[in-house]
Design a protein around this ligand. Sequence first.
Ligand code: FAD
Length: 411
Amino acid sequence: MKPQSQPDVLVVGGGIGGLSSAYALARQGLRVRVLERAKEFGEVGAGLQIAPNCTRILAEYGLLDEARSLGVLPENMVMRDALDSRELTRLDLRDLERRYGYPYMVIHRSDLHGIFLRACERAGVELLTDRTVVGYENTADGARVLLEDGKVESAPLVVAADGLNSVARRLLVGDDVVSSDYVAYRAAVPIEQVRDNGVAEKDVTVYIGPRCHFVQYALRGGDMFNQVAVFESPKALAGQADWGTPDELDAAFEATCDTVRKGIPLMWRDRWWQMLDRDPVENWVHGRIALLGDAAHPPLQYMAQGAIMAIEDGWVLARHYAGRRDWDAALAAYEAVRVEHCRRVQSTAREWGKLWHLDGTPRRRRNEIMRARDTYDYGFTDWVYGPTALTPDEEPAMFTPIPLSTVSGAP
Ligand code: FAD
């Protein structure tokens, strides 16, 4: 496609955050240009869980039916102890859909990314690949970005959706990523390969255990099975640079129950994801440059809300622009509500990770508390799965399901 003259918005990064926000803004009649570093648009990885706070937005965008046709609606989310496989607690996802009005879905990452890519194409978003942004600068009437090849692009608004290792974040905030010393392995395999492993094909199952956890669910209409294996790396704790390697994967799950152990040989071994996040920051908007998605709030993935938060960011920004047609006001409103919500999710994800990975007496105490939970008590989920807040007043009170101090004895 021949580049237009200056667009209304430049979006840097064509991941789920960049494309979904480009689409949200294009729906407001804005001319949006996406600059993606890779040679092609695409997503690496396997499954994504998308909760009702995301499917609600997909429905508003008219994209939920397409997502439904590509994804799976599991029946339950079941949490089990990874050592003895006993059930700890569950969410009845049919009842959850009744409560929130929208389904809990699992979908292949590339399918969700493809849905937004096609929606952007239909909405006339300019989608440019092989464009690496290396610099950002505010101007008198907007902002501009410098590309690796020396070209400059400018617009009244620049959205930096360039992910965990964001160049914009480095230049504008200057903080470092934080390592959790945990690493994730993923796999999506034909369902036949796991049928004899004792898996629950209709559920999302999360096995939590000492210094490790394991997630399973079906994908693509039940034809594929997604697995995520996460563990603490002894090499990372020892300060070694090359950590999270496959030999550590096998050792980490040696003591787990049958179903988990049978899943481990199926994990992809040529790529793994070190679990990194960043400390929350309050300043995502710098003049007419706005951070969005993982560039603004990369979480540990234990709440399964990272991609969802990115999609919510674009929805909120577009809604505030629609009400005002004034970028400075829209950006201030965006920052006022999203920073605090995402801070809560990021900090809860860190706590959730510690809770999942307990050992010894704290593990047993945690298990007792989880087993005592009423399946239909939505205190765990209301503050996250309810409608996305547009203003701080709409943001529900945060709920800490099981404060760590109640099980670990720590203050
Ligand atoms: P990214 O996906 O990182 O996209 C950034 C894009 O910017 C990329 O396309 C990149 O090529 C491009 N880019 C980078 N630098 C430049 C540059 N300088 N110039 C131009 N382009 C650039 N989230 C959920 O909601 N549900 C889940 O179940 C879930 N599970 C997860 C499981 C694991 C194991 C992990 C690791 C994460 C999980 N997440 C989940 C989190 C989710 O994957 C991320 O939060 C989400 O993908 C972030 O999207 P993004 O678009 O902000 O960033």
